[in-house]
Write a new protein. Structure first.
Length: 124
């Protein structure tokens, strides 16, 4: 078993799916930059199930940073053009949510002196 620890940003919002047996699953697509800034990003899919899938769909959004650890598994598939490809997937995943990207955060109102309560108005 090969364990992978990494970080990156979500490439799209998470879509929940349901298996034929009724289990909830989500694939979280992560793009991670390499140390060599000129090299293309590495794309990895995190496969999460049930409660973790529902929580990720609720709390994660495109562009958000995440850190993860899990079991790395290659998955081979054939494209529509008949080419053999290998996808890297991470199973049994532990995820730490990072900050949302700036485009997905609500604007926070600026604090002014009127936002600070008068000490005489505090009830204790």
């Amino acid at each position: 078993m090969l364990t992978l620890t990494g970080n990156g940003r979500l490439t799209h919002d998470i879509q929940l799916r349901t298996t034929h047996s009724g289990k909830t699953v989500a694939t979280i697509s992560i793009a991670s930059n390499r140390r060599d800034r000129g090299a293309p990003a590495v794309y990895i899919d995190l496969i999460v199930w049930e409660t973790q899938a529902r929580a990720a769909a609720t709390h994660l959004s495109k562009g958000q940073a995440v850190s993860f650890t899990g079991r790395l598994e290659p998955r081979e598939f054939t494209t529509n053009a008949g080419e053999q490809r290998t996808a890297l997937e991470v199973h049994e995943v532990a995820i730490e949510y990072g900050p949302k990207s700036r485009g997905n955060q609500p604007e926070r109102p600026s604090e002014t002196a009127t936002d600070v309560p008068d000490p005489d108005d505090i009830p204790f």
